[in-house]
Design a protein around this ligand. Structure first.
Ligand code: NAD
Length: 476
């Protein structure tokens, strides 16, 4: 059994949970410790005790530790990628790519630890000088989802440590393997005991303990809207700082002047890769009516040709759905879309392959109306809806007609429409002639409306959340 890491010690939990491979449900990846609320409190206490010294530690020491973590992740990316693909179901190349990204993030924040900036200004009152400085928050609780088992933990843990915070990390229940390997690497980076803690266990127990404990000064959360709301309410109640990254219903607008081949590839890539289980996945493809039929025919052909299979097999393009309950959610929405009158152009059926797994043929729906429920609610699976539009203006209106606002895209050869879309799309990230999913690690990540709340993640903007600003007035 793989243990929790608390105050520099590996500790068994109160129970254990099996980790099952979604590509082959007879393959047991391992058993992982499950903490209770008391063990979560031990981790919080350890992080709280370690916070003052770590907050004052040398930036060079923090930079060296983060760099070391990044180097080991990079050196072991094949092995970590295998674990990630095996427990989450994304294909091996996607998984290894995600691990490489996690390594790059640690190396980026190693350097950021040396670049914590402040400001010095003259006061409006004579003889007084003002300094604006950044300080760590203290203990940060990090709560992550299952769909990026190493990149999302990396983009929260690395800045938290870089800016001098201590961490209690609670990964998603479905993907403890990648979290445990990451914790193992971090445990050997020379951090003082208590600076980093891993506590695996149920969200309602371990996650909730982080939300409710006054010693946790900040909570960085990525996951569903429903859980995000719980985080927000609990944090506001006790005055903790929080940031939320939640769902998406991301649109890709395809105009008549687009390069059709490029647009279809953006839609297939953005919609179906990683089994559609990306918060930035395109789920609404809004296509100008004059090219709609041609576009739909080409999409149907390519969707049918996608090779669904075991995540570790070389020829697989689309891995399994992560677990039985997510698969049921996908099937429920496929049934809803059909009842609403959307036309199923391809896929949508369960697949029986060599090994027993949660295999679903990517589903493509045509003739959808943006007001339909399956076009408004996040499905989080390989389900794409084609929505015809009359013009660019109509396409933009439909794109913005959603409770979410994470990423959006447009395929067009018109500079005028691309520029207008960039300015007027109500999303945190806008892509022109690129898939809505797939972002860089050194620039801000996040959305608007129901998708995100609080300061952006990643890049140097991460300092906004992971530090607190102090303004000092000095009379010489
Ligand atoms: P989830 O909300 O079910 O779980 C997320 C995390 O919250 C897990 O670690 C879970 O254990 C924990 N949790 C559950 N109940 C809790 C509670 N009461 N208190 C504290 N923590 C609790 O989400 P999920 O199913 O793991 O992930 C899928 C969702 O994540 C999708 O909606 C997806 O769009 C979203 N997501 C968003 C982004 C983004 O950056 N915007 C990125 C990836 C995933």
């Amino acid at each position: 059994m793989q243990a929790n890491y608390i105050a520099g010690q590996w500790l068994n939990g109160v129970s254990e949970r099996p980790n099952i491979n979604p590509s082959d449900t007879e393959d047991l990846v391992g058993h992982y410790a499950q903490a209770d609320a008391a063990q979560a409190e031990e981790a919080i206490a350890a992080a709280h005790a370690a916070a003052p010294a770590w907050g004052l530690s040398s930036p060079q020491m923090r930079a060296d530790a983060l760099d070391k973590i990044g180097s080991e992740i990079q050196a072991r990316r094949e092995e970590l990628g295998q674990m990630l693909a095996r427990e989450e179901g994304k294909t091996l190349p996607e998984a290894i790519g995600e691990v490489g990204r996690a390594a790059a993030i640690f190396k980026f924040f190693a350097q950021e630890a040396l670049r914590v900036r402040g400001d010095k200004l003259a006061s409006v009152r004579p003889g007084i000088e003002i300094e604006v400085t950044r300080e760590p928050l203290g203990v940060v609780g990090i709560i992550t989802p299952w769909n990026f088992p190493i990149a999302i933990p990396a983009w929260k843990i690395a800045p938290a440590l870089a800016y001098g915070n201590t961490v209690v990390f609670k990964p998603a229940e479905l993907v403890p393997g990648s979290a445990w390997l990451l914790a193992d690497i971090i445990s050997r980076a020379g951090l003082p005991a208590g600076v980093f803690n891993l506590v695996m266990g149920p969200g309602s127990v371990v996650g909730q303990a982080l939300l409710d404990d006054r010693r946790v000064a900040g909570i960085s959360f990525t996951g569903s809207q429903a859980t995000g709301q719980r985080v927000a309410l609990a944090a506001v109640k006790r005055g903790a700082k929080f940031q939320l990254e939640m769902g998406g219903k991301n649109p890709l607008v395809v105009l008549a002047d687009a390069d059709l081949e490029q647009a279809v590839n953006c839609a297939i890539q953005g919609g179906f890769y990683s089994t559609g289980q990306r918060c930035t996945a395109s789920s609404r493809i809004i296509v100008e009516r004059s090219i709609y039929t041609r576009f739909a025919e080409h999409m149907t052909e390519l969707t049918r040709a996608l090779r669904v299979g075991h995540a570790l097999k070389a020829q697989t393009q689309i891995g399994p759905v992560v677990d039985a309950s997510q698969l049921q959610q996908d099937l429920d929405y496929i049934a809803i879309a059909r009842q609403e009158g959307a036309r199923l152009l391809a896929g949508g059926e369960l697949l029986t392959l060599e090994r027993p797994g949660h295999y679903l043929a990517p589903a493509l729906f045509g003739d959808c109306d943006n007001a339909m429920r399956h076009c408004q609610e996040e499905i989080f699976g390989p389900v794409l809806s084609l929505i015809p539009c009359d013009s660019y203006e109509h396409g933009l209106k439909l794109a913005n007609d959603t409770p979410f606002g994470l990423s959006s895209g447009i395929c067009t050869s018109s500079l005028k429409h691309a520029s207008h879309f960039k300015r007027n799309s109500q999303a945190g990230m806008v892509m022109v002639n690129c898939p809505t999913a797939g972002v860089d690690y050194h620039v801000p990540f996040g959305g608007r409306k129901g998708s995100s709340y609080g300061p952006r993640e990643q890049g140097s903007y991460a300092a906004e959340f992971f530090t607190s600003v102090k303004t000092s007035y000095i009379q010489a």
